[in-house]
Design a protein around this ligand. Structure first.
Ligand code: SAH
Length: 244
């Protein structure tokens, strides 16, 4: 029986892959990957390595999660080293936990190789530190996939009244609802927001606005994109090193 590595591919820039991830990718017999993992990484594999695409985009799955779990499990039954490669970090909205549990129940050995999550690295490439002395003492990473007008929300919106940083992943299609909800709980209409598209790649694009106007400014950006809400967004004026 094989061993599965639940591996983070980092946010896009191939050099943000960890040494440990690179080591197992070079040895892999099967790589199971999705859309967010930079496909250039696959060039590192040894000859004869099999690639299985189980594409996943903003919560819309090409394969449902239970079938992905099964693909990983079957791969482990037939091969030595199976790398399950996921964009960013496998345990940050990556469903790596479910995959690990599925393997564990079936007696398949696995390891987790954390990756650099887009939640902090994409803002960093846009010149936005998620914390900053005197401006933000914490940051939250929140799913933007759930519509904020849902009757029973799992998201503690009332806790978002502070000025601290909130990063929404998978939220571009709910951008108007998220911005309105934050205004509704009492945040100022001119509170700073940035939307960063295709972060850490040559196609990176950042749009800065306020809760009031960000939707009109950013709604047509290509995915993947994330939303940063917080006063830290203003630091970009000085710190925007990558796009500059
Ligand atoms: N496990 C991943 C997140 C998966 S959820 C991680 O740790 O980064 C997918 C969401 O991540 C996308 O909808 C988008 O909001 C965000 N994302 C991933 N890569 C991104 C990138 N290069 N630029 C902007 N947002 C990105």
């Amino acid at each position: 029986m094989g061993k599965v590595y639940l591996t983070g591919a980092g946010p896009g820039d191939i050099e943000l892959l960890t040494l440990k991830a690179a080591r197992v990718i070079k040895k892999a017999d099967i790589i199971i990957y999705d859309r967010l993992a930079n496909p250039e990484i696959l060039n590192m594999c040894k000859d004869g390595c099999e690639f299985i695409y189980v594409g996943k985009e903003d919560g819309k799955h090409i394969l449902p999660q239970n079938e992905i779990n099964e693909v990983i499990y079957k791969s482990a039954l037939k091969s030595g080293i199976v790398v399950r490669l996921k964009g960013g970090d496998p345990f940050v909205f990556g469903r790596g936990g479910e995959e690990g549990a599925y393997l564990r129940e079936r007696g398949i050995e696995f390891e987790v190789i954390p990756g650099i999550t887009s939640a902090i690295s994409v803002p960093a490439y846009a010149g936005i530190p998620v914390t900053h002395r005197g401006i933000s003492v914490s940051f939250r990473v929140v799913t933007g996939h759930e519509a904020p007008n849902k009757e029973v929300s799992q998201i503690p919106w009332q806790n978002f009244k502070t000025d601290d940083t909130i990063v929404f992943l998978m939220g571009l299609h709910n951008l108007d609802k998220i911005a309105n909800k934050l205004i509704e709980i009492g945040k100022p209409k001119d509170f700073p927001v940035a939307v960063i598209s295709r972060g850490t790649t040559k196609d990176q694009k950042t749009v800065v606005g306020t809760l009031q106007d960000i939707y009109e400014k950013a709604k047509d950006l290509p995915t993947p994109a994330l939303i940063v809400v917080g006063k830290v967004v203003n630091l970009r004026d000085e710190l925007n090193w990558f796009e500059r």
